[in-house]
Design a protein. Structure first.
Length: 398
């Protein structure tokens, strides 16, 4: 059976990481994968995470299965972080949350659920978007279409083009929006733009799906929830796929959640019953350890305060790298204007580098970035900045 198959093409991002590992150049730089690096170029374990793990180890009494939807305490903590402690959605019971293996797992569960309740629905994603979005929903049996998002001429949002397409989306289709730190562009909607999108989605009967993977990495934990909450204020039904890989540094623990908001508590409970069916047929129930870390930190006021300080430190380091990157390019004599990068938000930057530039950076300097020109600013350090900018200056000369 397997003798006739040919190798599948490598993943655009994970395949890049594999090539990076095999590169013998000691000065190689990987700005492809979206993983936070500290000033030493390592991905640290947060101090609050280590403390939570110590507590969990001391008190651990079982390795039994979690419920299909995961820990209720984890779900409640996830909802409060997304919407706020006193939000009507949290207090009314209109939201239900299922723990999932990472944000990707949450998206796939959402895809399976959408396929079950509205099999003819199309999921509309931004152009560009995270490359895995189409694959996740197509694998769930859904159609995928795009709406304009990025304007290369202004390095901002093509909001008029975006609205023109959204106004044509049929009722019952799904509109996927990046909650903050748009991946790959780093360009987010303004509060006024979020308001407009929410109003149109409500008018047309579109079901919003918020991919919320970077809360805390743009402006702050509360500030970054502004878009999600704007949608919630207008749309009576919505999905939120959240992840704690970035803001807790729990990449290999695969900690995510799918939150479903319905018109009534009864409708939410019915929705959860179908979400659980989808989970049962997929991975049965979620892993416990990472979720328990998150629940422990969010449930302890002292640990919560310390964790918020750690998120702030990560965000500020990334923003510092944005400014240092632009300054160093200028010092290297680069005349092309990269100042827009300082206004982008989150871990990524749509740099404007062409596929030819990307290829030259890899072949001549062992600098690895995605073919679209997306840079992981989180992978830049004071130590690699000079070499990186000198390499970019070289390839820009031709």
């Amino acid at each position: 059976m397997f003798d006739t198959i040919t190798p599948a093409p490598p993943d655009a991002i994970l395949g890049l990481t594999e090539a990076f590992k095999n590169d013998p150049n000691p000065r190689k730089i990987n700005l492809g994968v979206g993983v936070y690096k500290d000033a030493d170029g390592t991905t640290p374990v947060l101090g609050t995470v280590k403390e939570a793990e110590k507590r969990l180890l001391r008190g651990e009494q079982t390795k039994s299965y979690l419920p299909i939807e995961g820990s209720p305490e984890y779900g409640a903590a996830s909802q409060r972080l997304i919407f706020g402690d006193s939000h009507e959605i949290v207090n009314s019971g209109r939201a239900v949350t299922a723990q999932a293996p990472g944000g990707t797992g949450a998206l796939r569960v959402a895809g399976d659920f959408i396929r079950e309740i509205t099999p003819g629905a199309t999921v509309w994603v931004s152009d560009p978007t995270w490359p895995n979005h189409p694959s996740v929903f197509q694998s769930a049996g859904l159609k995928v279409a795009t709406y304009p998002y990025f304007d290369a001429a202004t390095n901002g949002v093509d909001f008029e083009g975006m609205l023109a397409t959204i106004r044509t989306i049929p009722a019952g289709d799904v509109l996927l929006l990046h909650g903050c730190c748009h991946n790959p562009t780093g360009v987010d909607l303004s509060p006024e733009q979020w308001q407009t999108v929410a109003e149109i989605a409500t008018e047309r009967g579109i079901l919003p799906l918020l991919d919320f993977a970077y809360q805390g990495f743009a402006a702050g934990l509360e500030e970054d929830a502004m878009g999600v909450r704007a949608i919630a204020a207008h749309c009576p039904e919505m999905f939120v796929a959240s992840s704690f890989s970035k803001n807790f540094g729990l990449y290999n623990e695969r900690v995510g959640a799918l939150t479903v908001v319905a018109r009534t508590p009864d409708a939410a409970a019915a929705a959860l019953s179908h979400v659980k069916r989808c989970i049962r047929a997929n991975y049965s129930n979620p892993p416990a350890h990472g979720g328990e870390i998150v629940r422990t930190i969010l449930g302890d006021p002292e640990l919560r305060q310390q964790w918020e300080g750690e998120v702030t430190a990560m965000r500020e380091r990334i923003n510092t790298m944005r400014h240092l990157f632009v300054e160093t390019l200028n010092e290297k004599g680069v005349t092309q204007d990269f100042s827009f990068i300082t206004h982008q938000r989150g871990m990524f930057s749509f740099s404007g580098l062409t596929p030819a530039h990307v290829k030259a950076l890899r072949e001549r300097h062992s600098v690895y970035i995605v073919g679209s020109g997306r840079l992981s600013v989180a992978g830049m350090t004071e130590g690699n900045m000079d070499y990186l900018c000198a390499a970019i200056a070289d390839v820009l000369k031709g």
